[in-house]
Design a protein around this ligand. Sequence first.
Ligand code: C5P
Length: 206
Amino acid sequence: MIVAIDGPAASGKGTLARRIAKHFGLTYLDTGSLYRTVACAMLADGLDPHDAEAAHHTAETLDLKRFEDAQLRTIAVGEAASVVAAMPKVRQALLELQRTVASTPPGAVLDGRDIGTVVCPDADVKLFVTASPEERARRRHLELQAGGDVQTYDLVLEQLRIRDRRDAERSEAPLKPAEDAVLLDTSELDIEAAFQAAVEIVSGKR
Ligand code: C5P
């Protein structure tokens, strides 16, 4: 069984995907962390994330264990991740790994931007998780604060909007719901309510 969970930054899709995977006994893959690792490696090695050749080489020789989660979750890395994620060769280099995880028994929950549209178009269940930009910025702001990253709410909101726009407007695998995706708006839902709603959708499609 393959569950595809897509949505914009900080929509709550990661938390949902992790819990859905645990609940149904599936592997979980946070595909954003792949793009974040490419970006983080480039920044750490003094490379410019806009350099497509360097980004391609970094993606092809990626060491997924090089960074801790906290290093990948900063605003700067998220921003650079969306720059490298717009490059077709970078996406191509990361595609096979994602499909291998998805097709390995017992199956997997993958979260990202293009899982239902490009990576796993035949997924058994497709969810598109959204929330208002203000609510997403509020959540991301709290998350960053908890990790000791001091940013103003306004800056977090502005960065989210820039990243959403870049992800949705790129020509390669843009952020958009698959035609057969179920939309789940979590603006008014807490984590528990969103999880229950997602469990019902997955159970119904099984
Ligand atoms: O989900 P997360 O915010 O960690 O993703 C970081 C960036 O990686 C996104 O802004 C997006 O540009 C890119 N990404 C993508 N396709 C995916 C997952 C993430 O383009 N499947």
